[in-house]
Ligand binder design. Sequence first.
Ligand code: NI
Length: 197
Amino acid sequence: MAILKIARMGHPVLMSPAREIANPTDPAVHALINDMVETMLDAPGVGLAAPQVHVPARIVVFHIPEGRGGEGEGEGGVPLTALINPKIELIGDEVEDGVEGCLSLPEMAGTVSRHTRIRYTAKAPDGSTIECEATGFHARVVQHECDHLDGILYPMRMTDLSTLGYSEEMSKGIEIEDGPVDGPVDGPEEAADARAD
Ligand code: NI
């Protein structure tokens, strides 16, 4: 087990399609999955795709924390899951906006529209076939992670780039709006800042 280095946006491995895995039960595949899980939990993140650890292979791992499962899936979340050669089928036309982050764009977040309901199939590490329907956050995470296998990062899915930013900055709000509109400010610097925006 090892914590692997995570590639950041701009690295070519994140921008190209990943290769199919010929044998899901290959011990080398299992070793990679174990390292991906350790890396994801350390980050911490809810999902990770192999290209994010510089391996152009069609493998993703994820887990959905308790209370964030989709509708009809209870609040229990989804345990640690590894998908090998996953394929997604979008169900219906319903989409919803949600704020996403990515370990390859550290400290940033942006609003992405995703299908609310999907069906996915994949191979499990034991060679069996996984078939699952997912909704809500579960569906969002699987769509985000599988996009990595096709060289797509979430900003490439965004339609309103004004919602992209550093999470820490976005949580600050605009303090000037809370004060009196024409009231006094503390000093010349604050006055200049207020005018600037
Ligand atoms: Ni990501």
